[in-house]
Design a binder for this molecule. Sequence first.
Ligand SMILES: C[S@@+](CC[C@H](N)C(=O)[O-])C[C@H]1O[C@@H](n2cnc3c(N)ncnc32)[C@H](O)[C@@H]1O
Length: 272
Amino acid sequence: MFPVTSLSRADLFVTTALKRAPVLQAHAQSIAEELGAAFVPRSEQGLPRLFEAHPLALRALVVQADRLLLTQRTGEELFYHPNMAYLRLGNVLRGGRDLLTEAAQLSPGDSVLDATLGYASEAILCAHVVGDSGEVHGIEAVPELGIVVREGLKTVATDQVILNAAMRRVQVMHLGHHLEFLRACPSGRYDVVCFDPFFDQMLEQSRSIAPLRIFGSLARLLPEAVTEAQRVARRRVIVKTEKWADALEAYGITERIDSRGGKVVYGILPAR
Ligand SMILES: C[S@@+](CC[C@H](N)C(=O)[O-])C[C@H]1O[C@@H](n2cnc3c(N)ncnc32)[C@H](O)[C@@H]1O
């Protein structure tokens, strides 16, 4: 794993929940160190007080007893859950189609790089298909979000045993821009590389990722990253986008998979 490059993050601090603060402190300190952000002892104070004392901070990562919570100065929150993986995996287990794993033509034993990890819902689906003999690695541009997802993938337990097992198999490899990671990857390192950048507009069906739009990176997918991914992929590169957008053409993608009623499309590019 690459180290996080910024040594000082004035825009962010790490603290603990009020409850059981002394027990949670060491964990919070180690996360603060990894992020290059200040650890702020809770000292019986509410979060608004802590934000007042740290005027440059826009968000805080709060270490709670059972989860990590990201909170904006303005009050929006994000904690880890597998999001659409719950429904999509349930559908696959009932014999339904999943467009991503179909577009990627995944089989047991394959290796996948999810270059825009988010909640890792799609990485989890891939991990289910590639199984124990395969591997699914993820990259998240926003380090504090990547840490929340990394810990959630290891600890969150749903009532679906198969989903929990797939979550545990997704490994967060890099907290930073995927181009940094791709450039350092040997050619053909993964069978498939996937991208799912934010669409320009949030689709009604994507409301579940609304918190990700607040805490994640809205940056556009660079054509250079797609070209680099074609070198790193042994078989194919997948780019998800809105069905009616012309984004895929910009990356030279002509092959695509979508469903009749759906609003998203998975573009497919061959490896180089
Ligand atoms: C639309 S969400 C992906 C959702 C994901 N497919 C899922 O199943 O939860 C896009 C994610 O990619 C991240 N991202 C955007 N640009 C990135 C980049 N250059 N490198 C790594 N991650 C990036 C965003 O921060 C956000 O978390």
